[in-house]
Design a protein around this ligand. Structure first.
Ligand code: NDP
Length: 496
């Protein structure tokens, strides 16, 4: 039997009536002086912190990252300094659109965020299980997410608003196709890939910059559910992915993911046939082959879900020396939005919570704010420069300057091929998918588009069909047939 523990109030006073409220006589009303009743109910009323607007349903695990290959010619980041070097990580997996209690097997992208506790500070790779995204400009994000949530009147999910938006934003097509493929319903979190998705930079010891995409490939093999299997599990086991991860780790079957990179030189970026900073496009492997870097292994489920998973806060702005940003507009938008979301959801001192805290030195002059519990700088000065604490700005960590190719303020600077939303999804469907995946994808799209209803139904269906046709005639034809649409009308629209 475990050691006996005396129950106390939050202030440490022993409690001898944990379950009975004080009353006037045995049957009388309750007394205001039963302060422990108030404490218990007040604490309970405040158990929930705001739910994440996106990525609300998630699960997390600790583990380690081990370097297996030398990439020091591209980056001076200390995490990659030698083969065999290990760094502690925390990973959070999630679905995106659903609420905290939603089912794990929804057709939805999956979040795959990794926090590396490096000696130069926290590095967060806030990735997904898809290499691209629905939009390429952060100003579109609130509108896009509104369509993935609930209708303002019915409070129900609405396929009509989803497809209305996608059909009016053809840049979403690549991501929508991946979402509608078998990979849109992965078998848990152990059998899917992760992608940093954005273009980042790497900077080496000679101050040379390279552009980079991060990939973390599952070493358990890809496994996905069919639409009907995923549908069935939504009712039978809505926490399927959470349970699968916890059970695998608890039995010692630690999931592993191979971290790989694609690297592009600045010269290649200048002449690449796509905009290398466009989040709706990939860099083809034939042009930019994957290079091995290391292995992420997850080996510990946190003892307390709320403390470490619910309060985990990842931000793409958390990069370390040797890793930098790029002009990717979505990345630039996320640099601002993510820390802002955490300050709202968890509070200004979220980075002093154990899961978010840098285990190495943190020293600055930020002070106070709600729930400060890390010493708040003690008696040391709260201003800089000062003559007392020896604080200094380390010149070694000066970021590398960017060469910008324009000084013109623009809302939408078109790059070559930016408006080609069709070639890459077409390649995915025609070259990458096998016959079975093609058939499943077409059926999944038909099933999803059947939900479109209301007075604009035909207009939305026809507009979206034109996009599918532009990507691949085989894909467009399969969907049109399944929806019972007369393709001669679509052909007229495509000829316009
Ligand atoms: P490759 O044949 O070299 O690579 C195809 C890639 O597609 C593989 O990484 C594969 O992942 C992945 N894949 C297979 N089926 C799906 C699916 N249903 N949804 C998402 N990814 C899938 O071709 P390219 O590099 O020339 O790219 C061709 C197309 O593949 C792209 O247009 C893009 O849609 C997709 N793709 C490309 C990626 C890239 O970074 N180049 C990354 C992921 C997808 P795995 O190896 O794990 O099976």
């Amino acid at each position: 039997m475990s050691e006996k523990k005396k129950i106390t109030t939050n202030s440490g006073c022993p409690v001898n009536h944990y379950q009975d409220s004080q009353s006037v006589g045995e049957k009388g009303p309750l007394l205001l002086q039963d302060f422990f009743l108030h404490e218990k109910l007040a604490q309970f009323n405040r158990e929930r912190i705001p739910e994440r607007i996106v990525h609300a349903k998630g699960t997390g695990a600790y583990g380690k990252f081990t370097v297996t290959h030398d990439i020091s010619r591209f980056t001076r980041a200390k995490i990659f300094s030698e083969i065999g070097k290990e760094t502690k990580v925390f990973t959070r997996f999630s679905t995106v659109g659903g609420e905290k209690g939603s089912a794990d097997t929804e057709r939805d992208p999956r979040g795959f965020a990794v926090k590396f506790y490096t000696e130069d500070g926290i590095w967060d790779l806030t990735g997904n299980n898809t290499p691209v995204f629905f939009i390429k400009d952060p100003k579109k994000f609130p509108d896009f997410i509104h369509t993935q949530k609930r209708d303002p009147k019915t409070n129900c999910k609405s396929p009509t608003m989803v497809w209305d938006y996608w059909s009016l934003n053809p840049e979403s097509l690549h991501q929508v196709l991946i979402l509608m493929s078998d990979r849109g319903t992965p078998d848990g979190y152990r059998h899917m890939n992760g992608y940093g998705s954005h273009t980042f930079s790497l900077v080496n010891k000679n101050n040379e910059r390279f552009y980079v995409k991060f990939h973390y490939k599952t070493m358990q093999g890809i496994k996905s559910f069919t639409d009907s299997q995923a549908e069935e599990l939504k009712g039978k086991d809505p926490d399927y992915a959470q349970r699968d991860l916890v059970e695998a780790i608890e039995r010692g079957d630690f999931p592993k993911y191979a971290l790989k990179i694609q690297v592009m030189t600045l010269e290649q970026a200048a002449t690449f046939r796509w905009n290398p900073f466009d989040l709706t496009k990939v860099w083809p492997h034939a042009d930019f082959p994957l290079m091995d870097v290391g292995i992420i292994e997850l080996n510990k489920i946190p003892d307390n879900y709320f403390q470490d998973v619910e309060q985990a806060a990842f931000a793409p702005s958390n990069v370390v020396d040797g890793i930098g940003f790029s002009p990717d507009k979505m990345l630039q938008g996320r640099l601002l939005a993510y820390p802002d979301a955490h300050r709202y959801r968890i509070g200004v001192n979220f980075e002093s919570l154990p899961v978010n805290k840098c285990p190495y030195s943190v020293h600055n002059y930020h002070r106070d704010g709600a729930m400060r519990s890390d010493g708040n700088g003690g008696s040391s000065p709260n201003y800089f420069p000062n003559s007392f604490d020896g604080g200094y700005e380390d010149e070694k960590y000066t970021g590398l300057a960017y060469d910008l190719d324009s000084n013109r303020v623009a809302y939408y600077d078109r790059n070559a091929n930016d408006d080609d939303h069709y070639t890459q999804p077409g390649e995915l469907f025609e070259k990458t998918m096998n016959a079975r995946e093609k058939e499943n994808t077409i059926n999944n799209i038909i099933g999803a588009m059947r939900g479109i209803s209301g007075p604009k139904k035909d207009e939305i269906i026809n507009r979206q069909l034109c996009h599918w046709f532009r990507a691949s005639t085989q894909l467009g034809m399969g969907i049109a047939k399944g929806l019972g649409v007369d393709v001669s009308e679509i052909q007229k629209q495509l000829e316009k």
